[in-house]
Design a protein around this ligand. Structure first.
Ligand SMILES: Cc1ncc(COP(=O)(O)O)c(C=O)c1O
Length: 325
């Protein structure tokens, strides 16, 4: 396990955000939730110091090192029109001097907003497709066209949720140790699985015995659990860890009961969570991911799932540009 931790620590990275993010105690939220609230903390990855932050920065730091090693001159990735992952990839390409092609489902806006506006600001080329299903084949076609032009494209799958991307996230868990906080539960938003796999692996490798609860933004519990399990298995191979050493023997905890009518569609609970955090702590969540995850945490506190002795860390994964979509 010590070797796996060393392998994780020494994986090549393209540093985009060199600073650790703060962990804040949410005392006013605790007061609002009443005396049965556990101690609540927030890992402020919304403050990662690159391109408006968020979890994609951590994942891309390792993935981009692989792109560099492969001699890539163009990054190709995909997402929805308001994808946070596309925004950070666009910015990373700009910072590293690489061309970026984004394959985006959703119609072009006459006046781009939110992440779509930022994609353009960072200079990415954008190809619009009609559906989520059309993204993968279009990415392959773009790559083929670029190869025919003697360019060297590098494909980044949805959300950079590859074993290497998850490893990038796992590295960040060491910041919790450094801050001297030992959470009993970590709650976060989960969608393409890389963040959850990274958190589970990071906790296992750095010896943090916290439960990790992923609140789904879209996927079913069964589907997302299988994705996280597969990523963890591949991540174990990547850093030469055993199944136990990477956290694969624990139950994978995905909660899909806060999705509501679907991806990106607010619920009463998510709107309430967004407002409560803004009005108690002055902290901005995003409507698609973190507000639903926070709704999940608040519901658990209100249902008495924690004791006042518990220490619950909400991992803020960013995405606030989505508020201005
Ligand atoms: C702000 C935000 N939070 C959480 C997630 C979910 O992370 P993952 O896709 O690694 O499960 C995303 C992914 O798109 C995101 O943009």
């Amino acid at each position: 396990m010590a070797t796996a931790m060393a392998t994780l620590r020494t994986l090549p990275v393209e540093t985009l955000a060199p600073h650790p993010t703060p962990i804040d105690r949410l005392r006013r939220l605790e007061a609002a939730l009443g005396p049965s609230s556990p101690a609540l903390f927030m890992k402020r990855d919304d403050l990662l110091s690159f391109a408006m932050g968020g979890n994609k920065v951590r994942k891309l730091q390792t993935v981009l090192a692989a792109a560099r090693a492969a001699g890539a001159d163009t990054l190709i990735t995909c997402g929805g029109l308001q994808s946070n992952h596309c925004r950070v990839t666009a910015a990373a390409g700009a910072a590293l001097g690489l061309r970026v092609v984004l394959v985006v489902n959703g119609a072009e806006q006459a006046r781009p907003t939110g992440n779509a506006l930022l994609d353009r600001l960072f200079g990415a080329e954008i190809r619009h497709v009609d559906s989520r299903e059309a993204r993968a084949t279009t990415m392959l076609r773009v790559a083929e066209d670029l190869e025919n032009e003697r360019r060297r494209p590098f494909l980044i799958p949805l959300g950079a949720s590859t074993p290497l991307g998850a490893a990038g996230f796992a590295r960040g868990v060491e910041e919790v140790l450094t801050a001297g906080i030992s959470p009993t539960t970590i709650v976060h938003s989960s969608s393409s699985g890389g963040t959850q796999a990274g958190l589970i692996a990071g906790c296992a490798l750095f010896g943090i015995t916290s439960r990790v609860v992923g609140i789904s933004a879209d996927e079913s519990r069964e589907g997302l659990t299988a994705i996280v399990r597969r990523l963890l298995g591949d991540l174990a191979a990547l850093v030469s860890a055993s199944a136990a050493g990477i956290g694969l023997e624990q139950e994978i905890d995905v909660d899909d009961s806060f999705v509501g009518e679907g991806y990106g569609i607010p619920t009463d609970a998510s709107t309430g969570a967004l407002e409560l955090l803004a009005r108690t702590e002055g902290i901005v969540l995003d409507p698609v991911y973190t507000a639903k995850a926070m709704a999940g945490l608040i519901a658990r506190v209100r249902a008495g799932s924690f004791t006042p002795d518990d220490r619950v860390l909400f991992w803020h994964t960013g995405g606030q540009a989505g508020l201005f979509a």
